[in-house]
Design a protein around this ligand. Structure first.
Ligand code: HEC
Ligand code: HEC
Length: 440
């Protein structure tokens, strides 16, 4: 019931937005002006008619109010995967953010680092080679995926776009006569490219978080944020962060401390701001989410409850099998931008490829616990960090109960140890990454 109402509201908002977008000059809409291609991409992104039952758009699973990820708190609190246009069918993973994804390169193997980078999806399978852009290639997928928008063909999609109020805009962008469904495959590519343009626009990637303001101020003072650590952090005071936020960032970046930035990189991307991902792949050892309804969908998942999500390795088995074994269980490092963005305080967001974690506190406790286990094995427990409490008993956890076994218990990333008592600083820092803190 709740879900239905929520859906109707979001559908209504979608239509409202679209009507606005098409009746007002775009400059009146938002401070950022969208180019015609971006406007077209936006119209496509929010159009629920582009689905089998006229009930689902990209935004149904990638809602701006939630940082372009799943907008249903109840779903997030449980299985964390979203129903398709056919409400009885579900995908098998949690929707990642569709924002800040545009810097990911073509999926490729880096010899020097002996590691894979780029592509789209948790497993990188939208490589990007077909259109020369993984984001545009990804954007074509959901329309014909039976577990998502479930249209039967590119012709059907083309016909629905022709019926859309933005059909004129399509021909303005792609040329007179371009919306020709006898050439539906060409139109299909153009749809993907237009959506990717919107997903790269300043509306979707505004860089307006508290962190971005801090970054700008640090730059004016010639302080390099990528050098912050737990020894020098006080030099970064008076740039808009509280001491707790600042220390959280210092832990996050310090290679000798939590070392989060070794994967969630602080190196500036194409727009000059960090994306909080290196677009690489790792297996953190996230447990299975047993509430995932995909386990019960025997038509699409013959393995039933024994199904294991092998991530990048599973994809490579089909494409480049000689590389697969060492990549089993690895998932793409997600951006952390908007990781705490939620419409209301009580709203539950899920974290990890299967949404196993239900709060930032949860996932940070997981990192703290895993850091201990990795540290034990690698003999890297030394150093000052051990002062914290929470080591009692078996010593393998940071308060609360022990985490279940990893979904894939091989190729596990080595994670840095940090004291349990410092977890809250990391959470406080992660909350500074939500857009809308200030206007540009
Ligand atoms: C039914 C829910 C659903 C719908 C509808 C949907 N997505 Fe997704 N999206 C997902 C899920 C789940 C994933 C991750 C799938 C995977 O990794 O196998 C994903 C992944 C993505 C990614 C990859 C991000 C990254 O960093 O790898 C992008 C971008 C994206 N979707 C954009 C879109 C666009 C554009 C549309 C509309 C054409 C769309 N999505 C429709 C659920 C959905
Ligand atoms: C070895 C690389 C690596 C390091 C180090 C790392 N992460 Fe991650 N992070 C990942 C990967 C990969 C995922 C997705 C894992 C999965 O779902 O299986 C992830 C997921 C997350 C998520 C969930 C995001 C979402 O949208 O679902 C958060 C939050 C997060 N990391 C924060 C941190 C923090 C805080 C630290 C430091 C304590 C950290 N990470 C260290 C690679 C890393």
């Amino acid at each position: 019931m709740y879900k239905k109402t929520l859906f109707l509201i979001s559908a209504f908002l979608g239509v409202l937005l679209l009507t606005f977008a098409l009746t007002l000059p775009s400059a009146a809409l938002a401070p950022q002006t969208l180019t015609p291609t971006e406007q077209l991409g936006k119209a496509l992104f929010f159009d629920i008619s582009l689905s089998k039952n006229g009930n689902q758009s990209c935004a149904t699973c990638h809602d701006p109010a939630v940082g372009y990820t799943g907008p249903d708190s109840t779903i997030n609190a449980h299985g964390a995967v979203y129903p398709g246009s056919d409400p009885a069918l579900f995908g098998n993973r949690k929707p990642p953010s569709a924002a800040y994804a545009g810097d990911s390169s073509l999926l490729s193997y880096n010899d020097a680092q002996a590691a894979w980078f780029g592509g789209m999806f948790w497993d990188g399978r939208a490589e990007g080679n077909v259109l020369g852009d993984p984001l545009a290639e990804q954007a074509k997928g959901p329309f014909l995926n039976p577990l998502e928008m479930a249209l039967s063909s590119s012709e059907e999609l083309c016909n629905k776009v022709q019926a859309g109020s933005y059909a004129g805009l399509f021909e303005q962008v792609w040329g007179a006569g371009s919306l020709d469904c006898a050439q539906a495959d060409v139109v299909y590519d153009q749809i993907g490219i237009s959506i990717a343009a919107y997903e790269r626009s300043s509306e979707v990637n505004p860089y307006t978080s508290k962190f971005d303001l801090f970054w700008d101020k640090a730059k004016t003072k010639r302080l390099d944020v990528t050098m912050i650590n737990t020894s020098n952090w006080t030099k970064y005071r008076r740039l808009g962060f509280s001491d707790a936020e600042l220390y959280g960032l210092a832990m996050f970046n310090d290679p000798m401390y939590a070392n989060c930035a070794s994967c969630h990189s602080l190196k500036p991307g194409t727009k000059g701001y960090p994306l909080f991902t290196d677009y690489g792949y790792d297996n953190l050892g996230v447990p299975k989410n047993l509430e995932n309804p995909f386990y019960l969908n025997l038509d699409y998942n013959p393995a039933g409850e024994n199904w294991v999500d092998t991530g990048l390795g599973g994809y490579l088995e089909t494409a480049y099998p000689e590389y697969a074994a060492s990549e089993m269980g690895k998932m793409k490092v997600p951006t952390l931008r908007n990781v705490d963005k939620r419409p209301t305080t009580g709203f539950v967001k899920a974290y990890g490829h299967n949404g196993y974690f239900k709060s930032l506190t949860d996932i940070v406790r997981f990192y703290a616990s895993r850091g201990m286990m990795g540290g034990m094995g690698g003999g890297g427990m030394g150093g000052g960090g051990m002062g914290g409490g929470g080591m009692g008993g078996g010593g393998m956890m940071c308060g609360g109960t022990m985490f279940p076994a990893p979904e894939v218990n091989e190729n596990l990333a080595t994670l840095k140890h940090f004291p349990c008592r410092d977890q809250a600083y990391l959470v406080t820092f992660l909350k500074t990454l939500s857009d809308g803190y200030f206007q540009r």
